[in-house]
Design a protein around this ligand. Structure first.
Ligand SMILES: [Zn+2]
Length: 481
């Protein structure tokens, strides 16, 4: 019975560079003896002089360590996968050989690349000639661009038009505290150039739109999608498919991350995975839902890894696979993604052959029906009504964690999701006060006003701009988030 043993890269020198070796045996011990009979140079790396397995080599059957099973007597079956997992210190002290077309400084800087067979001088030159663009210089773009610059990618484009905000610093590690208020691309270019002066940073200080996407992305070999909204995701995807540029995709939310590679030759695209965006408001953005600060570090670094593999043409990229990360359980899973022959962009008979209006496609600006329209009140009018002791009742429909950060004095907290079952708490009747509903920016509270109206509460108004407008224009002493 033949079982596959996966060989880690450091040991492939002893297996003729094979990543997997099929061998016969009924137990792990049988397999390892058969493996080292087949590749005798491997034996001293796995076994000590006394014939016992070396302690720094761990062996797994599927995802179980054999020390938790029956050690080398652990039985194996044809469907099992056996993995050898040696301890790896990282880095190496070996000397580099000088390449003909890298400068002396470059040889020193990239020496840890030059001694990896998969990179070497030829690969480093490929990186030097490569052009990668990061769409978004935020949570994902920060680690991705830092590692790409460090790796020696010759031309690095950045697309963003934002200004550094204090709330960015929890995850956007390319920026420092002193950068708050600066233009992101100015600060990012300075940091990347300080890290590696040989990298040419190209700043595209503009929102990516249907009008400019093809012109901007056309000049690059690989696109790193670090967007934070659905219209830009679909825009980047469609532009990559139309241009034939691979897209190293990553997305994050709270503790969950995703990564893949789209729009490779014959591979699936983002629309094959998600043909349509969710309706606006169903999936909260990071600004509304939050994100663990280190998570974009993990996913953005994976995007940079995939971009580098695409440039070098080594390994197996995430094309055709979706990597899912749950940082709470720290589990990585990969799902298969297949190209959909009926995909409107990359399918056999594409119907999308030019860029469209992505705000409309994603429902951000509805084509015909306007968004929930409800009576509104400005923060100034609310402040005046409070000062005049008018009869008002302020309903805050945010989450308790948001309420802890800042609040309008005298407000009552009922999160939007709880509102339907807590309607009895809303003051009603002939002399009930006017109800002012607010949230962070006015979106959730507009839904709440509509919900109240549907349940017969007709004297409710939405606070335009939410508590952020209140803090900006009435009470700057409170913290924004
Ligand atoms: Zn597709």
């Amino acid at each position: 019975m033949s079982v596959r043993i996966l060989i880690p890269t450091p040991l492939r020198a002893f297996t003729n560079q094979q990543a997997a070796v099929p061998v016969d045996g009924a137990t792990v011990g049988d397999l390892l003896r058969a493996l080292t009979d087949l590749h005798t140079d491997l034996r001293p790396h796995l076994f000590g002089p006394d014939g016992t397995l070396r302690t720094f080599v761990n062996v797994y059957v599927n995802d179980r360590d054999i020390r938790q099973l029956q050690r080398d007597r652990t039985p194996v079956h044809a469907t099992d996968t056996v993995s050898i997992v040696p301890s790896v210190a990282g880095g190496s002290g070996a000397a580099a050989t000088e390449g003909p077309t890298l400068t002396r400084d470059e040889v020193e800087r990239y020496s840890r690349h030059l001694i990896i067979p998969e990179v070497g001088v030829a690969g480093q030159l490929r990186l030097k000639q490569a052009r990668v663009v990061c769409v978004g210089a935020g949570g994902l773009g920060s680690p991705a661009s830092l590692y790409l610059a460090a790796a020696g990618v010759g031309t690095l484009g950045l697309v963003d038009f934002d200004v550094v905000d204090a709330s960015n610093l929890q995850r956007q590690v390319i920026y420092s505290t002193r950068d708050v208020g600066r233009r992101k691309l100015e600060a990012a270019a300075e940091r990347l150039t300080a890290l590696n002066p040989a990298v040419r940073v190209v700043a595209h200080e503009t929102p990516l739109t249907s009008a400019n996407a093809l012109d901007i992305l056309r000049d690059y070999d690989v696109v790193v999608d670090g967007a934070d909204n659905f219209p830009t995701r679909y825009l980047v995807n469609d532009a990559c498919v139309l241009l034939g540029k691979p897209n190293a995709y990553g997305s994050i939310f709270r503790f969950d991350g995703q990564a893949s590679v789209f729009a490779t030759k014959g591979g699936p695209c983002y629309r094959c995975l998600y043909p349509e965006p969710p309706p606006p408001g169903l999936v909260p953005s990071c600004a509304e839902g939050g994100v663990l600060g280190v998570l974009p570090g993990l996913i953005g670094t994976i995007q940079a890894t995939e971009a580098i593999k695409l440039i070098l043409g080594v390994g197996r990229t995430l094309a055709g696979r979706l990597l899912l990360l749950d940082a709470l359980s720290m589990e990585f899973r990969t799902m298969t993604v297949e190209r959909d022959p009926a995909c409107p962009v990359c399918g056999d008979h594409p119907t999308v052959t030019a860029l469209v209006d992505y705000d409309q496609f994603c429902g951000v600006v509805p084509a015909s029906t306007p968004a929930v329209k409800v009576p509104e009140i400005t923060v100034e009018a609310l402040k005046a009504a409070m000062d005049q002791h008018k009869k008002i009742w302020i309903l805050d429909v945010r989450e308790p964690r948001e309420f802890e950060i800042c609040r309008i004095p005298g407000s009552t907290l009922i999160p939007l999701g709880d509102l339907p079952k807590r309607l009895s708490e809303i003051p009603q009747g002939a002399d009930a006060p006017e109800i002012i509903v607010h949230c962070k920016m006015g979106g959730r509270s507009a839904k709440a006003v509509a919900l109240l109206r549907d349940h017969g509460v007709t004297n409710a108004r939405n606070l335009t701009g939410g508590i952020l407008a209140w803090i900006d224009r009435v009470d700057p002493s409170q913290a924004k988030y």
